[in-house]
Ligand binder design. Structure first.
Ligand SMILES: Cc1cc2nc3c(=O)[nH]c(=O)nc-3n(C[C@H](O)[C@H](O)[C@H](O)COP(=O)(O)OP(=O)(O)OC[C@H]3O[C@@H](n4cnc5c(N)ncnc54)[C@H](O)[C@@H]3O)c2cc1C
Length: 532
């Protein structure tokens, strides 16, 4: 009897997880078609002259024990420091105060200085850079913050916050109104507006307030003020309560020694070892449908443009929904095409800069060459730069020569706009100039650079997104088509969510469940995102 076949579009976290789960738990044979030559999609590791870049900085964290367990099976956890029991490490990677009980299955642990396959446990540090000064991220209403802002601005922030408390904007519709109602106009202007508008490329008043409710939900000025007052009156640093607080604020995350792509290259190897197929350089551009099924798909080789045809029993798509609808044959009804064409994405450029050293230092890290941040939000409105990654601090193994500093400068843009269309040379010039302008580097210290352009990094929750349900219902009616992952579902999914959509799709096949609502339910719980 011939085996049933699954055609999977995309070798990102969702597509690769799906293939491995099918091989482990069913008789269905997976074939992945991937348009690039890389494994991991936007979670891949980019290599440049022995250095490695992570597009976006991918922390490995999940509220799902199933996902954590899966990761540990692929890459064993780093051996804890001398004298610290393994259980301590497991506890310290607790996310949002929730104690983790998962650990490497056979209690394997690896030594990063010797073993290649290892999941590092990294300390997280990120800050906001504004007016050439560092502020805690998420912004803390501490005496340090107030000192840096200055008395005049602090008073203005206080007054504008009081105005918002006394006379809030009724019928709050957009993100600007959402921020003002919670923080007041001045605080919104100071810490929220510039970065948010850089990310989305539109004024905050054109973004729905619902987005704020999902992403910024936990922040509250009342809580911040009560924290500040407690801080002022807290007893000496080493009293018991203080110790307890510091422990609960320690944040760590997991990170493969060679960046996120190491995980996905490892999974891809296992898929092939177990008999799955991964065909690279294949761009899926036609999807043939009958009444309520997909019958076959076609792809084009990205180098020689040869066309191939793939028939299958099940089809799983992680390609952007907009492109999937464009590929349907016969065409989707007009109203569906209209919604799909109105979906908006935000694109992304990362400039890798290799330097001898950077200029900015931490006062309390005297003698240290490098500040400790993993990434820094650039809130300065006079530069286009959105975020800065310090790859040395993600994993020292991302840098070929550890005496050098390896940075990633992130620019948010739209495919085809002036930033996107700049030559690599001009983009590198801009990046180095901007970092010098905001006093982070001396341009003369730059040794080498590279530019990576990544389309469709952020599926936007504006445009026609408010009618996405109609599109979803239409696509779900193809009974053997399953939409998975981030762009595949037009959802702000992290790696773990993307993986869970794949795992649940396989659960459904195993259990004979045909309704797809549990796949769409992944990442709908509102408290998932960072709230601290
Ligand atoms: C800036 C940034 C920071 C992030 N930080 C984190 C983080 O800290 N932690 C975290 O867990 N997640 C993070 N994420 C999210 C993470 O990158 C995604 O959730 C994950 O990569 C999505 O996996 P996926 O398989 O759904 O899609 P993708 O990674 O997009 O993979 C889709 C694959 O499909 C291929 N493809 C597309 N169209 C076609 C086609 N027509 N034919 C064939 N192949 C096609 C693509 O080439 C790609 O390989 C971040 C994302 C960004 C942009």
């Amino acid at each position: 009897m011939t085996k049933k076949q699954a055609i999977i579009i995309g070798a990102g976290p969702a597509g690769l997880t799906l293939a491995l789960e099918l091989l482990r738990r069913t008789d269905i044979q997976p074939v992945i078609l991937e348009q690039s030559e890389y494994m991991g999609g936007i979670s891949r590791t980019v290599r440049y002259k022995g250095n490695r870049m992570d597009i976006g900085g991918h922390r490995f964290f999940s509220k799902s024990d199933r996902v954590m367990q899966w990761w540990f099976e692929m890459l064993p956890l780093e051996r804890p420091p001398e004298g610290q029991p393994e259980s301590e490490v497991v506890r310290e990677i607790a996310y949002h105060g929730r104690r983790r009980t998962v650990r490497s299955p056979d209690r394997r642990s690896a030594d990063p200085s010797r073993d290649e396959e290892v999941m590092l446990v990294r300390k997280r540090k990120s800050r906001i850079y504004f007016r050439r000064k560092f502020f805690d991220y998420p912004i803390a209403l501490s005496t340090d913050t107030l000192k840096k802002i200055g008395l005049g601005q602090t008073l203005r922030i206080g007054l504008s916050y009081l105005t918002s408390v006394i006379a809030p904007i009724r019928d709050e519709k957009n993100l600007e109104q959402f921020f003002i109602n919670r923080f007041g106009w001045q605080l919104y202007q100071t810490f929220f507006r510039s970065y948010t508008e850089k990310v989305w490329g539109v004024p905050c008043r054109e973004i729905s307030a619902a987005w704020g409710a999902q992403r910024v939900k936990g922040l509250s000025i009342r809580r911040a003020i009560s924290h500040m007052i407690k801080d002022l009156f807290r007893a000496k640093p080493n009293d018991l309560e203080q110790k307890g607080i510091e422990t609960s604020l320690i944040e760590r995350f997991l990170y493969p020694k060679y960046g996120p792509g190491q995980m996905w290259e490892r999974v891809a190897r296992q898929v092939v070892e177990l008999g799955g197929q991964i065909i690279t350089n294949q761009t899926v551009d036609r999807i043939h449908t009958t009444a309520n099924r997909i019958s076959a798909i076609e792809s084009r080789h990205s180098l020689n443009h040869e066309r191939s045809n793939f028939a299958g029993d099940y089809f799983f798509s992680t390609m952007p929904v907009k492109e999937l609808v464009r590929a349907l044959e016969p065409h989707a009804p007009e109203d569906i095409v209209e919604i799909s064409e109105g979906l908006i994405y935000r694109d992304f450029i990362t400039v890798g800069l290799l330097l001898n050293s950077i200029k900015v230092k931490d006062a309390n890290l005297a003698g240290e060459k490098l500040i400790k941040d993993n990434w820094i939000y650039i809130q300065e409105p006079d530069v286009a730069l959105g975020r800065l990654q310090i790859f040395n601090n993600w994993s020292p193994y991302l840098v070929a020569d550890p005496s050098k500093v390896w940075l990633g400068l992130e620019y948010f843009c739209n495919e085809g706009d002036t930033l996107w269309s700049k030559s690599d040379r001009d983009m590198i010039e801009l990046a180095a100039d901007e970092l010098e302008q905001i006093d982070i580097i001396e341009k003369s210290e730059v040794l080498d650079a590279t530019v990576i352009r990544v389309p469709k990094t952020y599926p936007a929750y504006f445009g026609t997104y408010d009618r996405f349900d109609v599109l979803r219902e239409y696509l779900d009616h193809f009974e053997n088509l399953f939409l998975l992952g981030r762009n595949g579902m037009h959802k702000y999914n992290n790696q773990d969510h993307s993986m869970l959509t794949a795992m649940i799709a396989v659960d459904n096949l195993v259990e004979g469940r045909t309704d797809k609502s549990n796949i769409w339910a992944v990442n709908t719980e509102e408290d998932y995102h960072e709230s601290k």
